[in-house]
Design a protein around this ligand. Structure first.
Ligand SMILES: Nc1ncnc2c1ncn2[C@@H]1O[C@H](COP(=O)(O)OP(=O)(O)O)[C@@H](O)[C@H]1O
Ligand SMILES: [Mg+2]
Length: 72
């Protein structure tokens, strides 16, 4: 049987604020990380790297989507 992911991110979105000043920092982010894998996040300024990490660390709550951590 294939090894289970250590981290599974499905359809994460994060919107800061609301109305005309809303910022969609993340939209439709999927990621699968297997045990022992080392990953890096790269992207231009404004692409939401810290926002994704804060969601993973439960510092902020995603607007939509699902995380599974240590899914073994
Ligand atoms: N607390 C916040 N409130 C409103 N907008 C934010 C907040 N944090 C980040 N943003 C906005 O979300 C977007 C992604 O930011 P961030 O996660 O810092 O990504 P990066 O470091 O890749 O630029 C940017 O447009 C940023 O201005
Ligand atoms: Mg930034």
């Amino acid at each position: 049987m294939a090894e289970s992911p250590a981290t599974l991110i499905e359809g994460i979105a994060k919107r800061y604020g609301s109305g005309s000043t809303a910022v969609d920092a993340l939209e439709g982010v999927d990621m699968t990380v297997y045990p022992g894998e080392a990953i890096g996040l790269i992207g231009p300024s404004g692409s939401g790297k810290p926002t994704l990490l804060k969601c993973l660390g439960a510092v902020i709550e995603p607007t939509t989507g699902k995380f599974t951590l240590a899914a073994r």
